[in-house]
Ligand binder design. Structure first.
Ligand SMILES: Nc1ncnc2c1ncn2[C@@H]1O[C@H](COP(=O)(O)OP(=O)(O)OP(=O)(O)O)[C@@H](O)[C@H]1O
Ligand SMILES: [Mg+2]
Length: 266
């Protein structure tokens, strides 16, 4: 991250402190505007769900938040993404440094073909942490936070690929939080999993809320209603409605939202 001086974050007592905000964020793929101007605020230590039909722009929006769209040649992202008083959508941002603060968990579990232990320590070691005791500690803490410790504590040096899909996804969550990000972005982290694993992932997310701000894309309305504090409804590249989750699900202001959350389309 550049502009180091402004980067020192002062936690204030404001209950509604924002971890991140977007201002007039737009995404184009070539000439096509896939995401229309959207300005959202993500409250610290809360879970915000992004919902909407397939192709409505949820992933496009989410991927912008830690500059994953940089890897898509045709993509152009306009507008501001404010994080700790910095616009992280600007050219002078060190994207790799920024991603230590804004981590991501993908739809399909993607552990490295290494041991469970190494999956968590790999990035830390690359950034210069070699103290074995410290690394052991991080492995234990993050696996506990990801509700996986009890299941793997005796097998830490087994291959991560020997785990079940749900366990692999929780390992990926542990790996992401080992970097101590402020914000965790998750794109349908439970969609490839069975109901029990999904429930475990949801419990894990509830655990993480105390320490992280979570922004999650989900197709599962019950999941959004159960776990999130805020919900944004996307439709055809636009944020149609954004509010407290219980309001979106019980008293939406807009008919389209009501139709979607009650299952009339999508
Ligand atoms: N790499 C890309 N190149 C061109 N167009 C893209 C690209 N990725 C997404 N799009 C288009 O942008 C629009 C939004 O797609 P996006 O993947 O953000 O939707 P989504 O809401 O995440 O859908 P889903 O629920 O199916 O994952 C779609 O019209 C899609 O075809
Ligand atoms: Mg998507």
């Amino acid at each position: 991250m550049t502009q180091k001086d402004t980067f020192i974050y002062k936690l204030n007592e404001n209950k509604h402190e924002m971890a991140m905000t977007t201002e007039n964020l737009k995404v184009f793929y070539g000439d096509k505007e896939a995401l229309h101007s959207s300005s959202l605020q993500f409250e610290r230590f809360k879970i915000t769900s992004l919902i909407g039909a397939s192709g409505s722009g949820k992933s496009t929006f989410l991927r912008s938040l830690n500059r994953m769209n940089d890897t898509v040649a045709s993509a152009r992202v306009e507008g501001k993404i404010i994080y700790r008083d910095l616009d992280i959508n600007s050219n002078d941002i060190d994207v790799y440094e920024m991603r230590k603060h804004i981590g991501m968990v993908f739809q399909r579990p993607n552990p490295f073909s290494k041991s469970i232990y190494q999956n968590i320590t790999f990035a830390l070691e690359r950034y210069g942490e070699h103290d074995k005791k410290k690394l052991d500690e991080v492995v234990e803490t993050t696996l506990k936070q990801a509700s996986l410790w009890d299941q793997v504590k005796d097998d830490l040096h087994k291959s991560a690929l020997s785990l079940s899909g749900g366990q692999q996804q929780r390992l990926c969550i542990a790996r992401a939080i080992a970097m101590k990000p402020d914000i965790l972005l998750m794109d349908e982290p439970a969609s490839a999993l069975d109901p029990i694993s999904t429930q475990n992932i949801e419990e894990t997310m509830m655990n993480l809320k105390d320490d992280f701000t979570i922004i999650i894309v989900t197709h599962n309305m019950q999941q959004a209603a159960r776990i999130s504090d805020y919900t944004a409804f996307f439709h055809m590249g636009q944020v149609i409605e954004f509010n407290e989750t219980r309001k979106i699900f019980t008293r939406p202001r807009i008919k389209l939202t009501e139709d979607y959350v009650s299952g009339h389309f999508g």
